[in-house]
Design a protein around this ligand. Sequence first.
Ligand code: ADP
Ligand code: MG
Length: 809
Amino acid sequence: MSGKDVEERLGPLLRPLRFVSRKDFANLNRVKQLEKTLKEAYLEIKEVFPEELASEIEKLIEGLDALSSTQKKERVQKLIAVLESAKTHSSPPELPDFEDVNLSIETYRSYRKELSKSVQYLKGVGPKLAKKFAQREIKTVEDLLFFLPKSYEDRRRLRQIGSLRVGEHAVVEGEVVLSGTVKFRRRKVFEIVISDGTGLLAAKWFHFNERRQRETFPPGRKVILAGEVSSFSGRKEIVHPEVDFPEDEKIGLHVGRLLPIYPSVEGVSQKLIRKVVANAVEEYAGKAISTIPAKILKKRGLLPLPLALRGIHFPEPHDDPAALCEKRSVYHKSLAFDEFFYLELALALRKSKIARAPGISFDTKSLRVEKFLKNLPFELTGAQKRVFAEIKRDMARLYPMNRLLQGDVGCGKTVVAFLAALIAIENGYQVALMAPTEILAEQHFLGFKKYAGLIGVEIALLTGGKTPREKKLVQQGLAEGHINFVVGTHALFQETVSFKKLGLVIVDEQHRFGVLQRAALREKAEGVEPDTLVMTATPIPRTLAMTVYGDLDVSIIDELPAGRVPIETLLFTEKNSQKAYEIVRKELAKGHQAYVVFPLVEESEKMDLLAATTMADYLQKEVFPGYQVGLLHGKMKPAEKEKAMADFKEGRVQILVSTTVIEVGVDVPQATVMVIEHAERFGLSQLHQLRGRVGRSSRKSYCLLVARSLKPGSEAFRRLKILCETTDGFRIAEEDMKIRGPGELLGTRQSGYFSLRQADVIRDYDMLHAAREEAFALIEEDPTLKNYPLLKEILLERWQERLKLSEVA
Ligand code: ADP
Ligand code: MG
């Protein structure tokens, strides 16, 4: 417990005392029931005090109100002094001292081998038990070391039976004085009574095996009972207590300590788990070596991995149980730091390697850019200008650009990306833009083509849906170099695609690509590392940006083009969903257009498509016979999709019913209203993305969420409420991450690379931040880790595959 924690916990007791003692006890007689106030406050926090101190405090409070003013003053002063001294008593203990590990790589490898042995090698674990652990994915000794308690129970202090209070959770030790069955309301109950010399306590079992109970609790045996104290006919008792026997207590495993409670393993008792884990810790924790330099750990107040693991399974008596339970103890933090440190080290290494690779130094004075800006019907926003300047600076440098361009939907990233493309093209290089889906690639293509025409740039589309002949033509154009700009999907990765002179790679990423895919496309440029610009429309919480995009520099467009009216988001239930369609009707009457979106849930894809198709039919025939209703979904042929989009874009169709394929990239400014059906089935970020399809002009827009089954207070309800409250993409992304966890937010494909064992980017944000600082500083100091061979070994072991570090090593 740190000094600050103590201050906080003693607060309720100290505050009234300080209040009455202020200004020479001016308030002393203004507080009517000081004794009662103090008693209540004391009961709340009395667990913090050691027994002797507790009884001293109790004595000082007892009878306070009845005293004379002088005596009262004295007592109050004494109480304050006692509490202040309690504070210094429990000031944080010194961390154990440790040194840098000095280990040969061979020894390290032999340790690794031992740790990866089956749990069966542990004392007391046979094939049967090993099988049970395996069902929990605990197969090796190391798995067991990292099988962390889910909570802790405070069993540090044995209480005297005489001082037990009803309702508290306590651990007592005593001798069995009575043992046997009794009848209670025609039910048999097994009961024992124990004594410790200060009083009697009963324990009761309603479910039991009588013979075993009698054998377990013979009169005279010493037992330890733990549980909640209740009262029955004026007698204190514990129902179904946890039981221990002091004679078994060789290593203090189950009582007299902060007791770890492990996640359950089917068919294995907590006691057995504790015993097996204890054996593993005893024998192997010291071999779980991680060589983060001791000076870094000491500076951050952390412990090396072996000590952290030991502490997690065997906390010290002075550790704060609350911190342990909330996984913010120094042990947990050390573990999180350890994980983050290597991840950040890997990212720092990648970044430094890319930063030192030979790149292209573009001349950023571009006539095409000037001409293009002159022809644009609007002026760039301040944020767009700032970000473009950052990009230009990168492009001019001799080293490759590796930049992430973040910004909410509709903030104008595409224009900025196009400007960067113009610079590359003017320098005689080619540009490739990679989009995650075909429809998005097509959208980008159409958007860029409009711009490209203005400026004399040859642009092409390359997706899987093209015919072989079309593909071949594009490939030829790229190889020969007369196509300056290609937009495509992962089809761009294929071996048959080669570039004459690739200079800039733009990735519109939507979390769907990772570090690896970016690298694959970059490799298409022979000899020289092209510049890379990654665009993402879902704002990424800072925490995630530091992990997934940790090897990139970041630019943020945090300003929407002027004149945009905030989108109004409204929630409708099944009952009043008609109202949503009334709003649609009003918008259509103004000559605007509308989207109606249906969720696509994979396991019932057919049904969902049916729903969208049926709905399109129904809307056309029954609701909006005077308008054209179109349909767009992912199962349509590319040509059909293209036609559906073009019809909507050019206004031949006024209502577009679609699945989530329109999630990204679609830009139809005259569409001012979007109905999202079954909104409760969508994730927060996805809803935000969808909503970004409207509000793309100076006209007021609506996003109408129709929830067909929604329980108040449900998670879905919370999501939809957040969406109605804010259009701030960063806030939504943070909320979404809190709800779904970072893995979900990234999509399974990426989260795989970044799966962390224990650390949590939200809970352990401070550790992530610290690890990033330290790791980047270390790489700055020693870019190839030549002075840290073991550290490098561990780094490669942990991240080589996932982050393709081979190229770095
Ligand atoms: P993003 O790619 O960030 O979602 P876009 O680049 O597609 O955003 O821009 C959204 C819409 O806003 C487009 O129609 C675009 O032409 C327009 N736009 C972009 N920048 C500006 C600006 N500075 N002022 C006015 N409109 C802009
Ligand atoms: Mg450059």
